[in-house]
Design a protein around this ligand. Sequence first.
Ligand code: 13P
Length: 341
Amino acid sequence: MDKALLSKTAAAMVARGKGVLAADESSGTCEKRFKSVNVECTEENRRSYRNLLFSTPGVEQFLSGVILFDETARQKSNEGTPIPEYLAKKGIVPGIKVDKGTVQLPLAAQGELVTEGLDGLAKRLDEYFRMGCRFAKWRAVITIGEGMPTRACIVANAQVLARYAAACQAASIVPMIEPEVLLDGNHSVERSEEVHEATLRATYQAIADYNVSVEHLILKTSMVVSGKDNARQAGVEEVAERTVRVLKRTVPAAQPGIVFLSGGQSDESATAHLNAMAAMSALPWPLTFSYSRALQNPALKTWRGQSANVAAAQKAFHHRAHMNALAAQGKWKSELEKQAA
Ligand code: 13P
């Protein structure tokens, strides 16, 4: 465990004015996204699309890191450079998704999930380190519903997150722990706040139980928003206040930083929420983005698998990265959106 390297990586991931691109969609998720724009989900199309994102001129000024899927970490840029090396040369920290997706918890209500991927993890982490990856993401999913989440589901996920985080640190790779509370459902924003608090509390209890160092750890969290189908949708300031309140109650100040997932929020909401939180004074940690959909949506819709659209798609991606980089400093204003590609 190289503590100096872990500190250096974690600091770089949350450097001011930058954030993380999540480009680690599994091939199944990629298939869904590509289908929405009528692109065939082949290995080459996935490579070519991600190369488009990574090679966007100037985007490195807004990106501290990129989360890769295993397949992409083994692919090459258009010039033939292995992707992790290509990113590192641009000053972007290469990261890797190491979980193997979720399964239903047996005998629990439908939707109570736990994430798999601990078997053989230490060996995989050693290989990823040799490939140049310096941080690793693991996503746990918490569903809100009738009688859900149960304590068992929260604790099972917290334990697995802590075990994966310990394995990462032992391999000198910074863990980006992602307990995502889904926004699907008709629950209230109050209920979302309650579930976030219980989830984060259990997660940090497990982090302590498994001797994981909070100084070498990044949290990737969802925001406290109203359930998608709830009649009362909390406004930007309310989401920001509730989210930061929960984080202050549960996340140690010793932690180097917190990043957010977008989770199905609209592109502009994800930016506005981040901006409102980052603008708050005296936060114990830097806050930034680690979005997939809210960074990529306009680029994907512009690209549509056509090489003639690459430059326009890169412009759209650059714009979202720029807007979110401003939001991470509390400097975004909705009027800036008008300069969109
Ligand atoms: P979204 O921003 O699309 O929620 O994706 C982030 C992510 O990495 C989910 O695991």
